[in-house]
Design a protein around this ligand. Structure first.
Ligand SMILES: Cc1cc2nc3c(=O)[nH]c(=O)nc-3n(C[C@H](O)[C@H](O)[C@H](O)COP(=O)(O)OP(=O)(O)OC[C@H]3O[C@@H](n4cnc5c(N)ncnc54)[C@H](O)[C@@H]3O)c2cc1C
Length: 132
């Protein structure tokens, strides 16, 4: 078995009793899990937009062939970094929310983590200026 394991920094706000809250600890644990999945012969799915984490992950993944892992990103988030990964020969899967309830789904996600609204607004504004 080569189980596919998507590794994410959880987006939901959770209490300290069940989640790591410190950014550096989260990054450290992320890489520890990635290493564990690689050592267990799993198929790691590195689902993050954190550039530092992507760079560190590339170090761990360098002993695998590109068919043995993939990166994953949300549609519209850090697309240039995604394009670069593909240009460098890595696989990238893009998560696309679709269907009748896309609006309710998006609102629910923003309600659960309002910080994301800032990211979305910042991203939309920079896209707007880049298009001019
Ligand atoms: C394919 C996929 C599936 C996922 N599934 C889950 C899941 O089931 N449960 C869960 O808890 N988490 C899930 N996540 C993670 C979640 O959506 C966020 O991406 C994550 O919590 C934010 O951390 P980061 O690793 O992207 O890095 P951060 O350091 O938090 O983000 C880096 C940069 O990416 C941008 N960014 C990150 N996320 C978003 C966003 N949602 N909208 C706009 N800009 C953003 C921002 O510019 C930010 O500065 C998933 C992620 C992916 C790619």
């Amino acid at each position: 078995m080569r189980p596919r394991i998507r590794i994410v920094k959880g987006i939901w706000h959770e209490p300290e009793s069940v989640a790591y809250l410190d950014a550096e600890t989260i990054r450290r644990k992320y890489l520890a899990i990635l290493e564990e999945v690689i050592n267990a012969d799993g198929y790691p799915e590195v689902a993050t937009h954190d550039d530092w984490l992507i760079e560190q992950s590339l170090g761990f993944l360098s002993r695998l062939s590109p068919a043995q892992y993939e990166f994953q990103m949300l549609l519209g988030v850090t697309p240039k970094r995604g394009d670069q990964l593909v240009a460098d020969g890595h696989r990238l899967r893009v998560y696309v929310p679709y269907g009748r309830d896309w609006y309710a789904y998006s609102l629910r996600r923003l309600r659960e983590n309002p910080e994301m609204a800032q990211y979305v607004a910042r991203g939309a504004i920079s896209e707007l200026f880049a298009a001019r």
